[in-house]
Design a protein around this ligand. Structure first.
Ligand code: PMP
Length: 382
């Protein structure tokens, strides 16, 4: 007879046990993807060519990030030592927090904002100090300044911010950096291309400023996982200790230079999105849907109590949107990514139909032909 064994499982660090979980809703996304603020179309054709030219011999080698970092730095007007490529901005945030946050430190965050700041902070011993934006979801500048303490170690600001689309001005960011001299001020410019304003030129000038950028949005390379950190050399040397030397793979490194070179494609995509955003905002106004002004490739809208049903029905209509109701101060709000004008015209049709269906009493909708193939939530068809 087999001996009975008592299984004792190794316990993770207490911090990990207390860590916030984050599971992005990634399944079944073969629809119009207006849920993750990605490029909804394609990357530059030059990137595809570079990808096709990668040899198997190339894949046998460990990736060498240095030469590509030098190209990216030159593109940004920085020194090579001031730029580190990362496996998406997510890795950049992780590395930054692991480098600087320890017990007793505070991470200052205007909220609502990008979820991963809190997720990675929860793996450290630092405390998150969240500063809630008012109902207009504008950058809470004065309250953020007032929340700076000697314990503030990082201030993380997405600019433009997600899910609100709101922005902080250059002078506000400079003032925060000045008033928190012992803290790192991270300006996450993931959506920079849709906004056009940057503080990248201040990297190395303002001693505590770090800027992050991603290739997941305008460049259309979310699947390659490419981001970057730009920081003064004195801060970057510590982060390089934490950063894995191989976290950016060879395919991503091969694709980055052609992506940067094809400014024409990037400009075309960005202007297409901006034109689509203006059209879509007019459609929201015509439908009487409250929206927040956005400087990014998405718009936050007020749906109200039916937010979950709205998102579900939009999915059924072939359009994925992102319910942000659980974000602080965002109850009833849904974020919709902006794609091309053609895509957004389809989204407007789905939006208007969904709003009309939701406005009807449940019984009449149930009988209508528009809803015949759908099963309304909470109603079991017999
Ligand atoms: N920062 C912000 C503000 C974001 O919204 C996102 C993605 N949703 C990221 C960073 C992550 O970017 P990446 O894909 O480069 O990890």
């Amino acid at each position: 007879m087999a001996e009975t064994m008592t299984t004792i499982l190794p316990a993770p660090r207490a911090r990990v046990q207390a860590m916030m979980e984050y599971h992005p809703p990634l399944g079944c996304r073969d629809s119009l993807r207006l849920d993750f603020n990605e490029n909804t179309l394609a990357c530059s054709p030059k990137v595809r060519e570079a990808l096709a030219a990668v040899s198997t011999g190339h894949l046998t080698r460990y990736p060498e990030r240095g030469p590509v970092e030098a190209i990216v730095a030159a593109h940004l007007g920085l020194q090579a030592e001031q730029v580190a490529l990362t496996n998406g901005v997510d890795e950049a945030i992780h590395v930054l927090f692991e480098t600087f946050l320890e017990a007793g430190d505070e991470l200052l965050l205007p909220v609502p904002t990008y979820t991963m700041y809190e997720v990675y902070a929860s793996a450290t011993d630092a405390r998150v100090v969240a500063v809630q934006a008012a109902d207009d979801l504008q950058f809470p500048f004065d309250r953020l300044l007032a929340a700076i303490t000697p314990k503030t170690k990082i201030v993380a600001i997405a600019n433009p911010n997600s899910p609100s689309g709101s922005v902080a001005t250059r002078s506000q960011l400079l003032e925060i950096a000045r008033r928190a001299p012992y803290a790192v001020v991270l300006v996450d410019e993931a959506y920079f291309h849709f906004f056009g304003e940057t503080v990248m030129d201040l990297v190395g000038v303002v001693p505590n400023l770090i800027v992050a950028r991603t290739f997941s949005k305008a460049y259309g390379l979310a699947g390659l996982r490419l981001g970057l950190l730009a920081a003064p050399v004195e801060l970057m040397r510590w982060m390089r200790r934490v950063l894995s030397p191989y976290s950016v793979n060879s395919l991503a490194l091969a694709c980055l230079p052609p992506a940067l070179e094809d400014a024409e494609y990037l400009d075309w995509y960005v202007s297409e999105v901006l034109a689509a955003r203006a059209e879509f905002e007019s459609a929201l106004d015509a439908a009487n849907v409250r929206r927040w002004p956005s400087q990014a490739n998405f718009v936050l809208v007020e749906i109200g109590a039916q937010h979950a049903e709205f998102s579900r029905r939009m999915r059924e209509a072939g359009v994925l949107v992102r319910d942000r109701s659980s974000d602080p101060g965002c109850d009833g709000r849904v974020r919709i990514t902006i794609g091309t004008r053609e895509q957004m015209r389809k989204a407007v049709v789905a939006l208007n139909e969904t709003l009309a269906a939701l406005a009807k009493p449940a019984a009449s909708c149930f009988e209508s032909s528009a809803c015949a193939t759908k099963s309304p939530v909470g109603v079991t068809r017999k």
